[in-house]
Design a protein around this ligand. Structure first.
Ligand code: TXA
Ligand code: MG
Length: 315
């Protein structure tokens, strides 16, 4: 399959790929997604195949606004409050699926809930408006690899396996959306681009954490994920022999620095690109990757989550 490259203004052609049941990668403010018509089972099956994704791992559907989202999911007052506060933006809400709404059962992997997101990126919004239906879109990378924040990252992993990619620049947030289960209570399923502190400020109550034994879990939170080829060592306070060092803050002698100023938003936007570049350097001469400590506040929670998975035992 030849992967077509569309420039950012070629939104109609891009939406046409979705209408024909094809696979379209497009930028969002978090990471590039690999989109398909969420009501077309064959198209959705193609997403799983292109990524090599296990079929028990459900997909997020993307819609233009809360009104469209309510056609596919059932929103509690708390879910609606979160949507109103953070949409459009880097937040996905897991809510009960609305029966008879026409989603392919492959999207939800047979669960009775669906994850819904309203992205803020102009290109993503234009494609969603032109297509006019729900777009199922996981991150546009082979399963288990590093999420793409540049068009070149998408092509590195999926060129020849997908129909088209719509150019959308570099992803401004750089980390996937925060995923919240939003019923009568709110539980964190995946840390991401919206901080837990901001969520708690909006709902005025604590968010249950994934470590809590009774909270719902997300099928996709595998221990090893976001993995470069090279081994990764986190919380590295110095560079050891044979390591490529990714710094954070005022670190001397780092090969790359997530944010020399110690800014977590900047670090998030750089994270996946720098992991890929460090992997390229490490591959040249058989080195491994070390990453400086990143604080656990704000976006640091999501950054550390991704780094911990990148460093996890591959089993
Ligand atoms: O920022 C993002 O969320 C990006 C962009 C493209 O929107 N998408 C993304 O999708 O990160 P993906 O497939 O890489 O991660 C989606 C996660 C998976 O861990 C999956 O298990 C979880 O969402 N998920 C999807 N539906 C769910 C559900 N009904 N209940 C619990 N977890 C769900
Ligand atoms: Mg992913």
């Amino acid at each position: 399959m030849q992967t077509e490259r569309f420039e950012s203004h070629q939104v109609e052609q891009a939406a046409g790929v979705l209408r024909r049941g094809g696979l379209l990668a497009f930028a969002t403010e978090t990471v590039y997604g690999l989109g398909a018509d969420a009501c077309n089972g064959t198209a959705v099956a193609g997403v799983y195949a292109a990524k090599g994704r296990p079929s028990f791992n459900p997909l997020i559907i993307h819609l233009p606004d809360l009104a469209a989202a309510e056609q596919f999911g059932v929103f509690s007052p708390l879910a609606r409050k979160l949507a109103e506060a953070f949409w459009p933006g880097p937040l996905s809400l897991v809510v009960p699926v609305r029966e008879g709404a026409g989603l392919s059962s492959l999207v939800t992997a047979g669960l009775d809930t669906v994850a819904i997101r309203v992205p803020a990126h102009d290109g993503a919004r234009a494609v969603l408006a032109a297509f006019g239906g729900p777009v199922a879109a996981p991150s546009a990378n082979p399963s288990g690899g590093i999420s793409p924040t540049r068009m070149s990252h998408v092509l590195d992993g999926l060129d020849g396996k997908i129909d088209a990619v719509l150019e959308g620049g570099n992803c401004a947030v750089g980390l996937e959306s925060t995923i919240l289960y939003a019923g009568a209570e709110v539980a964190l399923l995946r840390a991401g681009g919206v901080t837990v502190e901001d969520v708690e400020a909006v709902i005025g109550q604590a968010v249950a954490r994934p470590e809590d034994p009774d909270t719902p879990k997300s099928p996709g939170q595998l221990a090893s994920h976001y993995a470069p080829d090279a081994q990764v060592r986190i919380n590295a306070t110095e560079r050891r022999a044979g390591e490529v060092l990714i710094g954070f803050g005022a670190v001397t002698g780092a090969d790359l620095n997530l944010s020399a100023a110690g800014n977590l938003s900047e670090a998030a936007a750089n994270l996946f690109d720098m992991l890929r570049r460090a992997d390229g350097l490490a591959r040249q001469d058989g080195r491994s990757i070390a990453v400086s400590p990143v604080p656990m506040t704000g976006l640091g929670l999501a950054i550390n989550d991704r780094l911990t998975r990148a460093a996890a035992d591959r089993g």
